[in-house]
Structure formats: C-alpha cells, structure tokens
Ligand binder design. Structure first.
Ligand SMILES: [Zn+2]
Ligand SMILES: [Zn+2]
Length: 168
C-alpha cells in the first residue's frame, strides 16, 4: 500500500510551488467504502476542509502507477481554494495550470484510466459501458439509462465522437 501522507505532502508542495492558494485542509483520510468515488473534498462548519481518497488508489495491485493517485489528490486540493467547490471557471483554470506545469491530466470527471481502476476494484458495481468510437473514452454506468438504450442520440463529452453501448 502506498502511504497517503507522503503523497499529500508532495501534492501540497506542488500546488504551493505554482502559487495556488489552497484552503486550510485539516485532514486527509482514506476512504475504504466508496465504490464509485475516488476522492472527495468537504467543507467543515469551521471553514476548514477534509479530503478523503479511495483506498483503491493506494493499492499497487489495482493501480500500478501513482499518476491517478496524484491527479485525484490535486483535484480535491483545488476544491479547497476560494470559490472552487464546483468545477467552475476558477477550478478549471487552476487544474489547467497544474496540467501544464506538471503534466497531470486533472479533469472534471475521472479519466479512462481511473474508470478502469474503479471497474477492477468494483467488478459488480458497473453493469454497462459506453465507449467513444473516436477517442476511446470509456463511460461506466451502474444502471440502464437513456444513453445506454440509445447511444446514437448522445455523443462523447471529450471529442463529440459517436458512442456505442456494451454490457459488462
Ligand atoms: Zn471534483
Ligand atoms: Zn471521444
């Protein structure tokens, strides 16, 4: 298992090195119960923040490289910045800055690599997937939804490509 504390120290230093003013994070915890969420940032009543990271990302057997772990930690640290609890303009700007500076791929939703990690960690949770025929992005779905029924009516959020549905 990777040590979460070691990684949060590295990530906080990287965020600070580019001058992004993150909030006062009182603790980082390991979440062993989340099935579909890799990270979460919560604001406490005292104005501080608490960040939880899925244990899946700390497990080398499920997640062979540490890129998704660092992407997720930084994604959540950026939510602690002022006016960044959503994925609005300011959050996106900070994420873009980290991506350019360090080669991360922090985005609003989990990347394909992260979707695959979640699927491996929770083989029974996802029942369907939508695959972009152009860029190959995989969208995992827990239940039958309109897009799974009629993939041709929807398009890929990344490249606008056509989607096809598959049961898992
Ligand atoms: Zn987020
Ligand atoms: Zn696509």
């Amino acid at each position: 298992m990777r040590d979460l504390h070691t990684y949060t120290e590295i990530c906080l230093k990287e965020v600070e090195a580019v001058g992004i003013p993150h909030g006062d994070i009182s603790e980082f915890t390991i979440n062993t119960r989340a099935k579909t969420r890799l990270g979460q940032c919560k604001k406490l009543p005292n104005g501080k923040y608490t960040i939880s990271i899925s244990n899946v990302l700390l497990d080398e057997s499920l997640c062979p490289d540490d890129k998704s772990l660092k992407d997720t930690i930084i994604h959540e640290i950026l939510h602690s910045c002022k006016d960044c609890m959503n994925h609005g303009k300011k959050w996106k700007w900070y994420a873009g800055l980290m991506n350019r500076k360090y080669g991360y791929s922090i985005s609003r939703c989990a990347s394909s690599a992260e979707s695959i990690i979640m699927k491996q960690a929770n083989p029974t949770v996802y029942k369907h997937k939508l695959i972009c025929t152009k860029c190959g992005h995989v969208y995992l779905k827990q239940r039958m939804c309109a897009a799974v029924k009629n993939p041709s009516c929807y398009s890929c959020g990344y490249c606008n490509g056509t989607l096809r549905a598959e049961s898992i």
